[in-house]
Design a protein around this ligand. Sequence first.
Ligand SMILES: Cc1cc2nc3c(=O)[nH]c(=O)nc-3n(C[C@H](O)[C@H](O)[C@H](O)COP(=O)(O)O)c2cc1C
Ligand code: SF4
Length: 517
Amino acid sequence: MSITIYVPCDSSAVSLGADRVATAIVQEAAKRGIDIKLVRNGSRGMYWLEPLVEVATDKGRVAYGPVQPGDVSGLFDADFTQGGAHALGLGLTEELDYFKKQQRLTFARIGKTDPVSLTDYIDNDGYRGLKNALAMTQEQIVQAVTDSGLRGRGGAAFPTGIKWKTVLNTASLQKYIICNADEGDSGTFSDRMVMEGDPFVLIEGMTIAGLAVDATQGYIYLRIEYPHAFEVLNAAIATAYKEGYLGDNIQGSGLTFNLEVRLGAGAYVCGEETSLMESLEGKRGLVRFKPPLPAISGLFGQPTVVNNVISLASVPVILDKGGDYYRDFGMGRSRGTLPVQLAGNIKRPGLVELGFGLTLRELLYDFGGGAASGRPIRAVQVGGPLGAYLPESQFDTPLDYEAFAAIWAVVGHGGIVVFDDTVNMAEMARYSMEFCKIESCGKCTPCRIGSTRGVEVMDDIINGRNLDKNIPLLRDLCDTLLNGSLCALGGMTPYPVLSALNHFPEDFGINAKASAA
Ligand SMILES: Cc1cc2nc3c(=O)[nH]c(=O)nc-3n(C[C@H](O)[C@H](O)[C@H](O)COP(=O)(O)O)c2cc1C
Ligand code: SF4
């Protein structure tokens, strides 16, 4: 009987040599006359172990990693196809602490299945949510999503059920579902993992959204920097059409949902939902005034649901197991699970899906294992380039939207970027201003001009010029950005800048007392 061996096709694993490892395994097996079936699965999200090779055994899948092509013949010598002992052996994959301690709802299949196999998807609970949805009224579907407590995972944490209800209740001959797959935040990769590792879950979530609000057309707005996700999504969409999961008669229901992938062109601001729609319409990615809300007048002026990849990929499990099941995870008003992404200077970078409520400290040390450099962690930036920098004294904050808001920080898309004690926080504040300057769409003055002036002020501060004047000037400028910007790009740039100044004044050449002035 052939032995099943898994080598991830996730682009991070590939960048670490997974394709070459897969080729070496196939060649070595042929040379030794061993009958194997090679499956290219998604990543389990333990990136420090990639390429992570798994072998199916009677006891479960046994993991080896990180494997390089040069390790392959030694693995065969050690009988790894039977789970044999080897220096790279890690034991049963699902017993690994990092993996075992997670609560994988949205990521339940990722790393287990072949991403483009519809059979694998269905055999592992796929399309159960859609099946239930097809037997429900539109109001019942929206109610299930509302009951789940799901809030948008793209950053703003707006309740998904309320957004869907607005679109459902807005009469129109044409409505749209847009999946925001721009994933521009630093240190984030959960959207990519879903699209590369379980594309059908996103397709299913978008289909359910379409049925719920009467939208017959969906678009996945994908960042151009994800060529592998583009390929995988298109392959899965083609299969879904062929097997009647997309198109004009979904599973014989007579209902229609069509889906296409569109590529962005590399602008961070095109992740903002209104400039995203401008871009989808073929125009320059300029932010629109709100109101009207996209739910009332969005793409081509029609009612539109815009949701993040993770929000939409969480819908199938909600429709499968019920809103209450999902709601049981989490804390306070942050319900369900959040796929946290650990990145930057961290020993064990990767994806950790857990109910809201775990503290940063638990994530950074119990999962992440501390800084990769072995030095103390000095700061973490949570929520992308517009998120606040948090010092060690705030590491006991639980991951919860409200708890973060209370310390003037954001959870955002759940990306955590770690810095050790060699970081200079004034340089990081300057970088935030520069990022805003480079990425500004230019529509409003505080952001377009303020960010340029912000870089100049930061240069003066870093060079120790006129600190008595320039620190208050920086605060004043941040106040203008915060209160006068049209969108959160300008409006949130003060989060990283002021948090760096407030928590690390010594890096700005001043003491704590002067910083508060
Ligand atoms: C500058 C900027 C960039 C953004 N980038 C993204 C992004 O890459 N992905 C995303 O889902 N949301 C992004 N957002 C948030 C979107 O505007 C929007 O709130 C989100 O797509 C709604 O989906 P959700 O309710 O499921 O979170 C961004 C917002 C701003 C202001
Ligand atoms: S804040 Fe910046 S990105 Fe947003 S609308 Fe204004 S200029 Fe454009």
